[in-house]
Design a protein around this ligand. Structure first.
Ligand code: ADP
Ligand code: MG
Length: 292
C-alpha cells in the first residue's frame, strides 16, 4: 500500500515511528507537509498538488495535524476523503476534537462521564458562571489550548471571577469546569485504535502542579485500565468519530470522567511507557480497512 503521513516535520518521533511501522509492514510511506499541498477542485476530479507533482495512488492517509493549522490541515484531509483515500481520522472527527466545548457537547449526548462545564458568551455575571460550575476551586480553559497551556486552576471564588473577567476582557473564549480534586494532579491517557484501547498510561503532574501533561513536566507510567475506564475511552473516541485517539480521563469518586479527546496523540510517551508498538497498530488498522 501507499500511505501518506501528513506531518509538518519528518523528524518528529511520531512521524518517524509511523514511517518505520509502515515500511516494516511492507508498505510505501510518504511524509507530506499538509501546508504545502494545493487543493484543486473542479467538476470532475478533486486533486492535490504537492511540490511539483500531483499526489496519486494513495491508499490511506494518517493525519498528524497540529492544533495551530487545523483549518488548512483538515481541508487537506477532506480532499483526500473526496479522492476516496481512507483516513484513519476523518476531517470531521479532527474538527470536533479540536474544540474542547464541541467535544464535550458530543460526549455529553452519549452519556459519557464529564466534569461539569459551563460556557458563556462573555457573560458579565461571572459569579453565577463560577457557581454553576460548582463554585471554586474551578478550572478555566482556553477553548483551543493544548499541552496544558491555557489551563488555569482558580483556587477561590475571587480568583476564579477575576481570571474569568480577564479572559472575557481579552475576548478569549474559555470554559469553566468543576475541579476534580481527587484526581490528585494525575490523569489517564488511553490510546484508542479502531475501537480498542491499545495502550494506557497514568500521567502524574510534577510536585505542586495539577496539570499532568508531559509537556508540563509530568511523568508517565503504564497502567491497567478498569473495564469501565476502557469502555469510557472507547465510547468517547467513537462519539467524536476518531479511529485513532488519545482520550484523557480523570479518575473521580463518581467514576472515569473524560477531559478531552485528541486526534493527533503523540506516540513517544505512550510507546515508551507501555512498550507497545502503537504505530504498528495504526498500520494494522489501515490494513483492515483498505481493500486493495
Ligand atoms: P490540554 O488540552 O491543554 O491538555 P486538558 O483539558 O487536557 O488541556 O487539561 C490539562 C491537564 O490539566 C489535564 O491533563 C489534567 O491533569 C488537568 N485538568 C484539566 N481539567 C481538570 C479538572 N477539571 N479537574 C482536575 N484536573 C484537571
Ligand atoms: Mg490534555
Amino acid at each position: 500500500m501507499k500511505i501518506a503521513i501528513l506531518s509538518r516535520n519528518p523528524q518528529l518521533y511520531s512521524t518517524r515511528r509511523l514511517v518505520e511501522a509502515a515500511e516494516k509492514h511492507g508498505h510505501e510511506a510518504h511524509v507530506i507537509d499538509h501546508l504545502r499541498c494545493n487543493i484543486e477542485i473542479e467538476q470532475k476530479g478533486p486533486s492535490l498538488f504537492y511540490g511539483s507533482e500531483y499526489l496519486e495512488g494513495f491508499d490511506a492517509v494518517i493525519p498528524r495535524v497540529g492544533a495551530s493549522v487545523t483549518f488548512y490541515g483538515t481541508a487537506v484531509v477532506r480532499q483526500f476523503e473526496m479522492m476516496n483515500v481512507f483516513s484513519v481520522n476523518s476531517s470531521r472527527g479532527i474538527v470536533h476534537s479540536r474544540d474542547k466545548l464541541r467535544c464535550l457537547q458530543v460526549l455529553s449526548k452519549e452519556g459519557i462521564g464529564l466534569p461539569k462545564t459551563v460556557f458563556t458568551n462573555y457573560s458579565r455575571n461571572v459569579e453565577h458562571v463560577v457557581e454553576s460550575a460548582g463554585g471554586a476551586p474551578v478550572v478555566l480553559k482556553l477553548l483551543e489550548g493544548t499541552q496544558g497551556l491555557g489551563v488555569v486552576l482558580a483556587e477561590n471564588q475571587n480568583a476564579a471571577q477575576s481570571v474569568l473577567e480577564a479572559f472575557n476582557g481579552l475576548k478569549a473564549r474559555v470554559i469553566v469546569q468543576e475541579f476534580i480534586k481527587e484526581a490528585g494532579g494525575a490523569d489517564i491517557r488511553a490510546f484508542v485504535v479502531d475501537g480498542e484501547v491499545v495502550g494506557a498510561m497514568k500521567r502524574q503532574g510534577k510536585e505542586g502542579e495539577f496539570r499532568s501533561n508531559l509537556h508540563r513536566g509530568g511523568t508517565a507510567m503504564i497502567l491497567e485500565l478498569t473495564e469501565e475506564e476502557k469502555m469510557t475511552a472507547i465510547k468517547a473516541a467513537d462519539a467524536v468519530g476518531l479511529g485513532v485517539a488519545g482520550v484523557d480521563l480523570l479518575q473521580s469518586s463518581r467514576g472515569p470522567l473524560v477531559l478531552e479527546v485528541n486526534s493527533s496523540p503523540g506516540l513517544e510517551g505512550i510507546e515508551r511507557a507501555t512498550g507497545v508498538d502503537i504505530a504498528g497498530k495504526i498500520i494494522a488498522f489501515i490494513e483492515k480497512n483498505v481493500k486493495r
